[in-house]
Design a protein around this ligand. Sequence first.
Ligand code: 13P
Ligand code: SF4
Length: 281
Amino acid sequence: MAHNYQPGEIQDVADFVGDSLELSQQAALSQSDVILFCGVHFMAETANILSPQKTILLPEPNAGCPMADMVTAEDLRSKKQALQGIPVVCYVNSSAAVKAESDICCTSANAVKVVQSLPQQEILFVPDQYLGQWVASQIGKKLHLWPGFCPVHAGILTQHILEMKRDYPQAKVITHPECRLEVSQLADAVPSTSGMLRYAKQTDTKQIIVGTESGIIHRLQKEAPDKEFIPIKPQARCPDMKVTTLDKILRCLEDMQPQVIVPEDIRVRAYAAVERMLQVV
Ligand code: 13P
Ligand code: SF4
């Protein structure tokens, strides 16, 4: 299984390519005993949380996510104490230990729906402040935002969009909700990575300006070849997503290592948060 940001040659050998939500749904449904996960660590962890009986392989164990590292379980516990009784919504870009401290998870594809599904009006949202700001702008709830962010998406600025809109006046703009709020507000749509593909297939517009990590362009061009995709910032590249190589995949399959295994006491609590999300979508 491969995430939409993986290098093109990795996507091309995968049985399934998707966004974080689709990958976790697929991990839960898959009949395979072994899943080789081409993505970053939290994605492989989520697969293990949902399917502990399966062997989950991650070809490069150091493929992390800087945003996921911006919140620890310990810091979250302290914040929960300070904000007594407020439910915690946790973006899947987080460690299993952080998920275990949370009431429900969300992905970029369902964050608005997940927050809306809760009866409470006040919510602690971790760790992505920009996704949290986007959700808050879509619904009338008070969100306490953790100050985390994705360095790749935070580097996409309004000036980049404005320049592109000037150069391609007929084009539509799609940006990922991990972008800064002022960037999202300039876009025609703010979907998940697979949502971008659905948008591209449905729209009549021929040119689409894309504001997210550059790996998605491979899939967009492959599956919507009649459209022209213009990256807002071609240098927007997640180094952790690019450490997977075909050689590492081969070695990983030969050795059945490295595996990702979440300690059982953390897994069962994290499972509750991920499973609650899957009940909402
Ligand atoms: P998606 O769930 O939209 O694929 O996003 C995952 C991610 O890491 C974005 O940076
Ligand atoms: Fe994390 Fe950003 Fe890379 Fe996604 S693109 S894995 S959020 S660092």
